[in-house]
Design a protein around this ligand. Sequence first.
Ligand code: G3P
Length: 217
Amino acid sequence: MKFFVDTANLSQIKEAQDLGVLDGVTTNPSLMAKEGITGSEHILNHYKAICEIVDGDVSAEVISTDFEGMVKEGEALAALHPQIVVKLPMIKDGVKACKYFSDKGIRTNVTLVFSAGQALLAAKAGATYVSPFIGRLDDISTDGLNLIAEIRLIYDNYGFGTEILAASVRHTMHVIDCAKLGADVMTGPLSSIEGLLRHPLTDSGLAKFLEDYKKGN
Ligand code: G3P
């Protein structure tokens, strides 16, 4: 399972990279705005800065909603750095753009996916990644994890190579449940990854080992 962090915060990305288990980064216009990154030049430079920190894939989202605009923006994003994956919204022109990029060998991440049907369409269009938003489904009393299970079943039925990127992961249990269901990738806040570390028996066990070591020395 690949671990991505879902942030545009460079210090959090560095921290995740330093942990040694980071496989990539996802961003979106809201995450960029949260860091005060606005204006196309500033945004493009920020993507380059992220690529310099992390070894893996970095999803960069287009803001156009028409095919021509998505192609123009996506090509510029892809040309920025070999690690860039073009992130496209799950709308009609997004599907067309996904097919266009897939035919050209440019990697894509189809985002804002909330149903198995949308995920099927993204795979048919040759998406590299599909991003079902599990947290946002949970927010409206719909089981986000069930969507991961449905997409896994459909992709396995037909051998689709599109990777399931569980997005809108909010906490550590989401990470564990996505791993059980066979999601290929998870993206969430650094805290959702760091939560995997913690267990009170690890802490008390280590304290006891250190205490006993001191007794003998
Ligand atoms: O990866 C998708 C993500 O950025 C959305 O997360 O927490 O805003 O639903 P959230």
